[in-house]
Design a protein around this ligand. Structure first.
Ligand SMILES: [Zn+2]
Length: 100
């Protein structure tokens, strides 16, 4: 897997960084095109904002894969991605423990 791609099920999303994100209601930091298999992230923001945006778009990809209704619910996707990112930042040891 190339490091500018992320595999979600049978789809391989290309991750593209751009200064500005145009269009998409409620999404100014990133967007996901599930048919085209492209995730675009606005790179004019800090690295942490870009990381959180990536998780937000990743949740859209997963919700799309399972056809979950939450995919249309920007507020819930945003809260879940912020919560997930905060948990990752606050608990870096969880991914390095051998037993889990
Ligand atoms: Zn969104």
């Amino acid at each position: 897997m190339k490091n500018n791609k992320v595999k979600i099920g049978y789809k391989e999303y290309e991750i593209v960084k751009k200064e500005e994100i145009i269009e998409v209601k409620g999404d100014y930091y990133g967007k996901t095109e599930t048919d085209e298999e492209v995730i675009t992230i606005a790179n004019k923001f800090s690295q942490k904002v870009q990381n959180q945006t990536f998780l937000h778009e990743l949740l859209h990809c997963i919700a799309s894969k399972y056809d979950l209704a939450v995919n249309q619910d920007e507020h819930t996707i945003e809260l879940l991605s912020v919560g997930l990112y905060e948990a990752i930042l606050d608990n870096p040891h969880i991914f390095t423990m051998k037993d889990i």
